[in-house]
Write a protein that binds this ligand. Sequence first.
Ligand SMILES: *Cc1c(COP(=O)(O)O)cnc(C)c1O
Length: 479
Amino acid sequence: MRYLSTRDASGDASQRFCDILIGGLAPDGGLYLPESYPQVDDATLTSWRRLLEEKGYAALAHAILSLYIDDIDSEDLLGICRRAYTAEKFRTEDIVPVTRLDERLALGHLSNGPTAAFKDMAMQLLGELFEYELARRDQSLAVLGATSGDTGSSAIFALKGRARIHVFMLSPLGRMTPFQQAQMFSVDDPKVVNLAVDGVFDDCQDIVKKVASDLEFKELHRLGAVNSINWARLLAQVVYYVACWIRCTERNDQQVSFSVPTGNFGDVCAGHVAKQMGVPIDALVVATNENDVLDEFFRTGVYRVRRSAETQETSSPSMDISKASNFERFVFDLLGRDGARTAELFSGLGTGEGFDLSDVPALAQARSRYGFRSGRSTHADRVATIAAVDKEFGVVVDPHTADALKVAFDVLDGDDVATPVVVLETALPVKFAETIREALGHDPETPEAFAHLADAERHVTEIDNDADLVKKIIVETLT
Ligand SMILES: *Cc1c(COP(=O)(O)O)cnc(C)c1O
């Protein structure tokens, strides 16, 4: 399997999986995609069903990943999958259990990993892949990232304790939830450096950009990233779409739909890939919060990057985005993989700017051929949904999952989707206690594994909003 950039007009698929594993964007600013999606037939689906039932999630992951990765030895890849997806890390044999709520609704639990958010599904695999590839190349890596909450701790828990990897994670001082802070700062590892910046998330991101734009510095200290446009992260996520489909069906001719709480379009883009492979997926429902860039696109065909003043802070903060960084992948497919056109639309797309696909057949196809639906929720919707789902099904969900449930009810009640909907649960309620208290009048349950966090020692350095200071800390830590 070869990979090409979404902005490559020549269609030159020249990269192999391990070439794009550690890098981020393609040199032309595009995102990598496989040259084609491997197609699965009935026999393959049957064999995957058996594999999941008899050998478990890691074996299924190996089978799916093998279709996309041909530059890692198959036995080694199996070892990587087995180390990434253990019952110990995910606190369940199933890794991704599915709870059936009623005839038409199920929950796919993606948040049983080490940091109680769905990012672990991809990061745990990425950690293993990085370790393997760095050893093979005899290289080291310093991961520099900025986080507003879930990504940072998920990356830290996946990368800590690895011989060749340092992590420098910037977060906005005092702006994450108490649980997120306690969790992220609990890690005691000299190679994991938490920097709480006196500023907001955008300031953290600006520092990362500034440091990474110093190419000499970047090269010298082997700086890398683990951002959401990484293809390996997306690929890891394809596996749980297959696993949820298997766990909700008995036969291969039964389709299911998914409702996905969406921010950067990474999670639902993996669903798109699974559907394009021929996995029996009907609709892919994009659920946004008040930051509705994507709902607007799927309703109107207009994609408009929000200005930072328009980007709202909501009670589902991991979906508070001004533009959806993975969206370019879907648009590339939607435009018949026209790299020149994709480059025209996306390169230099600034805040407040956008494009309009409403007058091309593409928008109708997004719905008919690709299965996309969309909707949005408000804070009041999420609070009401958390209360209603607790009352009706006795299940407490976090505000991100509530976004997706709200929109799932809308499309089902509106007869817009006729197949059972799997709502992807992307975080445990304990991470967002304040909203749960507002909805239910009491605190969410704290799973045993996180009980110690409240009193854990904190390992974090508070710093000024200063890129040069971050560079200095990187140099001092690495030498
Ligand atoms: C990251 C995240 C999302 C959004 O996922 P995308 O891949 O960015 O669309 C939703 N919910 C939670 C809890 C998250 O951490």
